[in-house]
Each structure stands twice: as structure tokens, then as C-alpha cells.
Design a protein around this ligand. Structure first.
Ligand SMILES: Cc1cc2nc3c(=O)[nH]c(=O)nc-3n(C[C@H](O)[C@H](O)[C@H](O)COP(=O)(O)OP(=O)(O)OC[C@H]3O[C@@H](n4cnc5c(N)ncnc54)[C@H](O)[C@@H]3O)c2cc1C
Length: 360
């Protein structure tokens, strides 16, 4: 019998598996990517919430350290699937003027983040004019490669991966049991539900009702010569994310309540208009790819992480919404600390499934 069963192999499940394997736990991870493609593959990989200063402290506590945590992960997991260049450390420029810029600067000072006023032309010479804030320490991670690197790293640590859909999680006297769609049953003293946008249906039979919803997002990819987009560029209308090989992602749309993963023509037109507005030369380029993913949406700006009330050993990590890539390393550390009886690095009450309001 495994020590821990993890339901869902997106970034949250994979990093939780890594934290637990590092603590000597035997982990089995059950994932259904062909039925439910992970948001962690579809996302942009910006290592900051959009307009970071608009978020409450419980989210800041999971995200501020994101760039440093990914630097360590890339160093550790680098191999055939993941290279150092997959962490793009070219910084983040955020469009903001007047009072908004003042708020951003004050927030950065309060939270120890390097930040300065800079025009868009300093980071996107061929772009339109714009005023904003420059965060030199915020990069982006090429998330599909990060997932592959993690899967390889976990296999090397002996973590078992089962490709199947979990239809039910039930409490047992010593932990929980998961039922797979092929009828097989697996049991463990600890079970983690980290099934992204599909978590609510597994939690409902356990009596957990949280304000969760699917939130479809679409993205485009352009191929440009490297160096055209010198930093991640964020505006109120959308963003451009440069990868190290010249690929540039343009995102993203957000349709609350939509769990479909097929890209649509209207979203493509919206994203093209947004991208051309930031970088006019894109009017002469055709996007090379267009895709959609389903965010694990939530009606609050930080996730729920912790034990499922009324069970002994079933945990959940849900509602990472727009920020699951940047926050997952910290979420996974907190979960592993709670599961292993260690002192948590943040107050777990803020993330408890029993409460919905932060302590500060
Ligand atoms: C367009 C877009 C752009 C984004 N950009 C960013 C960004 O720039 N920065 C950022 O931090 N975040 C971003 N995000 C958000 C981020 O991708 C998500 O918050 C994060 O990936 C959620 O991770 P997760 O592990 O909770 O869920 P997922 O990645 O969705 O993983 C859930 C996994 O559970 C599996 N699963 C589901 N149900 C079952 C079941 N019943 N049985 C077994 N397995 C199951 C699925 O197959 C999947 O593999 C973006 C998202 C989108 C869609």
C-alpha cells in the first residue's frame, strides 16, 4: 500500500508528489490527462499574479517566492525534458500609470520586490507607447517542459503514475480509498485531491462545497526571431510572454463556467487584436498555434489547501485559478508539511477548507 495517493497530475499534484517523495513517502499519482488536459500545460507560466498588488496576503505568501522556487526546481530537474533556458528570467513589465503605479510601487517596497518606473519602449522597442512598472526579478517558466521534467524526476524517485480517471474518493477508517474508472480500488492513509477544475465533483460526496468553477482560457503562440520581445509584457487587455527561443505567447481569455478545451474563432480574433495593439509588427504574422485550457477557478483570490473536514487523511488543494503555476511550489510545501506533521511555513488557517476569509 502506498503512503500517499494523489488524484491529479497537474503542477499542484506533481510538486506535492515531489515534496512527499523527498520526505521518504511512497507516492502513487493517478492522472487522467487525455480526458482532462491539465491547465498546467495550457497556461502561460508567468511567475507572478497579474497586477500582483491587487491580491490579498494569503496569495502573496504563496507567490512572492515563486521565481526563486522555480530557479531551484529547474536546477534540480534539468535533463532531456527541461533545460535552464526554459526558465526565462527576462523580467516583467506591467502597464500602470498615476495612482495605479503608486500602488504598485508601494506594494513592491512593502513586499521586498525590486521595482521601478519604466516606459514600455525600454523593454519592447518595437511596441506601442506606454507607462508602467518594471519587475526585473519576475520571469516565466515554459510550463509544458516543467511538467515533463517533473514527471521524469518523479519516476527517478520511484513515484508510480497510474493513468486512469478517479470516479470517487471515499473515507476509510485509516485514510481514504479511490475508485478508478476501470473498477480498480486503491487505498492509502493519506489521499490528496488535486484534480484542478475537476475537483468539485470529487469533493461534493465528501460534503465539501466551495465556490469553485471552471474558467476556460485561450492562448496564441507566435514565432519571432529571439529578442523581439525582451520581457513579459502585461497590460489590462492581455499579455505577451517571450520564451528563450523566440516563441511569444499571447494571452489570455477567461470564460467563467466553461469547461471545454476547444479553441474558438472569436477568442483568436480578440487575442490577435490585443497582441497587435501591444506589438504592431504582429499584424504581419500568423499565430503558429492556438489552444485552450480550463483553469481551476474560484470565487476568491487564493486557494484552499488542507484536510477535508470530517475525514482522517483526505486532503485537498483546489482553486488555484489564474495563479496555479506561480503558487504551486509553495502550495505543495504547505501540503506536505501538513500531511507529515511538520510546522507549516505559513499559517494554514488562511487556506483551511473550513474558512473562506484570510486572517490578514
Ligand atoms: C490560458 C491560461 C493561462 C494561464 N497562465 C498562468 C500564468 O501565467 N501563471 C500562473 O501561475 N498560472 C497560470 N494559469 C493557471 C494555472 O495554469 C492553473 O492555476 C494551474 O495549472 C492549476 O494546476 P492544478 O494542478 O490545480 O490543475 P491542472 O493543471 O488542471 O491539473 C489537474 C489534473 O488532474 C487530472 N484530473 C482531473 N480529474 C481527474 C480525475 N477524476 N481522476 C484523475 N485525474 C484527474 C487532470 O487530468 C489534470 O492532469 C493559466 C491557466 C490558463 C488556462
Amino acid at each position: 500500500m502506498a503512503d500517499v495517493l494523489i488524484v491529479g497530475g497537474g503542477i499542484v499534484g506533481l510538486l506535492s508528489a515531489l515534496e512527499l517523495a523527498d520526505r521518504g513517502r511512497e507516492v502513487v499519482l493517478v492522472d487522467a490527462p487525455s480526458l482532462h488536459p491539465p491547465a498546467s500545460w495550457a497556461g502561460g507560466g508567468i511567475l507572478s499574479p497579474l497586477y500582483h498588488w491587487r491580491y490579498p496576503e494569503p496569495m502573496n505568501r504563496l507567490t512572492l517566492d515563486g521565481p526563486r522556487r522555480y530557479r531551484a526546481l529547474v536546477r534540480r530537474l534539468a535533463g532531456p525534458a527541461l533545460a535552464a533556458a526554459d526558465l526565462n528570467e527576462s523580467g516583467l513589465w506591467v502597464e500602470a500609470a498615476g495612482e495605479e503605479a503608486e500602488r504598485g510601487l508601494a506594494w513592491a517596497q512593502d513586499h521586498g520586490q525590486r521595482c521601478q518606473v519604466a516606459p514600455l519602449s525600454a523593454h519592447l522597442p518595437a511596441g506601442r507607447a506606454g507607462e508602467g512598472l518594471w519587475f526585473p526579478d519576475v520571469g516565466n517558466i515554459r510550463n509544458p517542459r516543467m511538467l515533463k521534467g517533473l514527471r521524469d524526476g518523479l519516476a527517478a524517485l520511484g513515484v508510480t503514475r497510474v493513468e486512469a480517471r478517479v470516479t470517487e474518493v471515499t473515507p476509510t477508517a485509516r485514510g481514504g480509498e479511490v475508485i478508478l474508472d476501470n473498477g480498480e480500488r486503491l487505498a492509502a492513509p493519506t489521499v490528496l485531491i488535486s484534480a484542478g477544475a475537476w475537483s468539485a465533483s470529487l469533493l461534493a460526496p465528501l460534503g465539501v462545497s466551495l465556490p469553485l468553477f471552471p474558467a476556460k482560457g485561450e492562448m496564441l503562440l507566435y514565432r519571432l526571431p529571439p529578442g523581439q520581445v525582451r520581457a513579459t509584457i502585461l497590460t489590462e487587455q492581455g499579455y505577451l510572454i517571450p520564451r528563450s527561443d523566440g516563441a511569444v505567447l499571447a494571452g489570455s481569455t477567461l470564460t467563467q463556467g466553461d469547461a471545454s478545451t476547444s479553441p474558438t474563432a472569436p477568442a483568436r480574433r480578440r487575442l490577435e487584436t490585443m497582441a497587435v495593439n501591444i506589438l504592431p509588427m504582429l499584424a504581419d504574422c500568423q499565430p503558429a498555434r492556438h489552444w485552450a485550457g480550463v483553469r481551476p477557478g474560484a470565487a476568491r483570490d487564493w486557494p484552499w489547501l488542507g484536510p477535508v473536514p470530517g475525514t482522517d487523511g483526505i486532503f485537498a488543494a483546489v482553486g488555484h485559478h489564474r495563479n496555479g503555476l506561480v503558487s504551486a511550489p509553495a502550495s505543495a510545501e504547505l501540503l506536505a508539511q501538513l500531511m507529515c506533521g511538520e510546522t507549516p511555513f505559513v499559517d494554514p488557517a488562511d487556506y483551511s477548507l473550513e474558512s473562506s476569509s484570510p486572517s490578514s
